[in-house]
Design a protein around this ligand. Structure first.
Ligand code: AMP
Length: 217
């Protein structure tokens, strides 16, 4: 049985950082819609420009577009879905494609902490590594530890946009948690703790899921 895991959390909850670690540890196929859309937004095409505009405003891109990006990349490997589904319509689209979700890992972090984190975040446009100037700085200022590329701030981490994205998350993505909660699939994880502690909890939840699968195989 192929395992389909979903990691969710509000902007700045540490979703990308933790997803990168889980993927490095367990070798899952990593489908991060935010990364795919940032790549698409650099494309010189009408679709690229539309996505760029939406990302700059902190708005979600259309459900059909994101669903297509994910669907065309799925195969029979265990997968960590990172940032998708983000609306109930996307969750329903995944159901319609016959892709079951086996567990939803939700990183819980209060709003005030999230807003403070936005100002400190840097990312590597080349390999996707994520840094925080406060909690997890790169070894050399402005340079990616992993690949040596220059780091950048996300356009949607500007204070106004970060706040707006949080509002969008509450309105459109929290219902997705309720959608999977009805099916008993959600595991809430306290995302306020240091990165390593959150990573350890996630690893043990995932290891438990893999062990359960092995025992029924
Ligand atoms: P992330 O890197 O997951 O924080 O995503 C960055 C931005 O990409 C979000 O604020 C949205 O504008 C867009 N995005 C990512 N995933 C989705 C999705 N599943 N549906 C709609 N928009 C998305």
């Amino acid at each position: 049985m192929t395992l389909h895991l979903l990691i969710m959390g509000p902007p700045e909850a540490g979703k990308g950082t933790q997803a990168n670690r889980l993927v490095a540890r367990f070798g899952f196929l990593h489908l991060a819609t935010g990364d795919m859309l940032r790549a698409l937004s650099r494309e010189d095409s009408p679709r690229g420009r539309q996505v760029d505009e939406l990302l700059r405003r902190g708005e979600y891109v259309p459900d059909a577009l994101v669903t297509q990006l994910v669907a065309e990349r799925m195969d029979d490997r265990d997968v960590l879905l990172d940032g998708f589904p983000r609306t109930v319509a996307q969750a329903q689209a995944l159901d319609a494609l016959g892709v079951p979700i086996h567990c939803v890992l939700v990183l819980d972090v209060p709003d005030e902490t999230l807003i403070a984190r936005a100002a400190h975040r840097l990312f590597c446009p080349n390999c996707g590594a994520i840094y925080s100037m406060a909690a997890n700085p790169p070894r050399a200022a402005g340079i990616c530890d992993v690949c040596g590329h220059g780091l950048a701030q996300r356009v949607d981490d500007a204070p106004q946009t970060a706040r707006h994205r949080l509002g969008v998350y509450h309105q459109r993505s929290e219902p997705v948690i309720a959608y999977y909660e009805q099916r008993g699939l959600v595991r809430h994880i306290d995302g306020q703790r240091p990165i390593e502690q959150v990573a350890a909890t996630l690893r043990s939840v995932v290891a438990e899921l893999l062990a359960r699968r092995a025992s029924v195989a």
